[in-house]
Design a protein around this ligand. Structure first.
Ligand code: FES
Length: 156
């Protein structure tokens, strides 16, 4: 994917290049690419006059930021206690099997990234998975197929 740094500059301008907005700036920039490429981090560092090491420090501290390329669609499966006891690990396994990737990996065609998280704050509807921000409760293996198919013509 080509990186258009003008888009990064536009985000910086939206926040008037103020350092206190580093987190929302990184969130908005990440939304453009689904991850934070090195040249983007450098541009943010220059634009806000924050040392590169500090921007990297923050980006590595928060799990929401990714310094590795991620797919077009992000699947997050909850493995918090409530979801775990209701079969969360089976849901992860099923996504892994269907997409042929392990948690933390991205499919070769850059369509899907599989991630896990500890509690999404909606334990009552567990096990829960989130696909591109859309929540799916009461997950089971059959629903995994439906969710994957909805986003991409992945075969059984
Ligand atoms: S444990 Fe999964 S949403 Fe809370």
């Amino acid at each position: 994917m080509e990186i258009d740094l003008k888009q990064v500059d536009a985000v910086l301008d939206t926040y008037k290049r103020r350092r206190e907005f580093l987190i929302p700036i990184l969130q908005d920039v990440q939304a453009l690419y689904n991850w934070l490429p090195q040249e983007v981090i450098c541009r943010v560092s220059e634009g806000l006059e924050i040392p590169l090491i500090d921007v990297y420090g923050l980006a590595t501290f928060y799990k929401q930021f990714s310094l590795k390329p991620r797919g077009k669609h992000i699947i997050t499966v909850c493995l918090g206690t409530a979801c775990h006891v209701r079969g969360g690990p089976r849901i992860v396994d099923e996504f892994s099997r269907k997409l042929n990737i392990k948690p933390g990996e991205t499919t070769e065609d850059m369509q899907f990234t599989l991630e896990t998280v500890n509690c999404l704050g909606c334990c009552a509807i567990g096990p829960v998975a989130v696909m591109d921000g859309e929540y799916y409760g009461g997950m089971n293996p059959a629903k995994v197929s439906q969710v994957v198919k909805k986003y991409h013509g992945v075969k059984d």
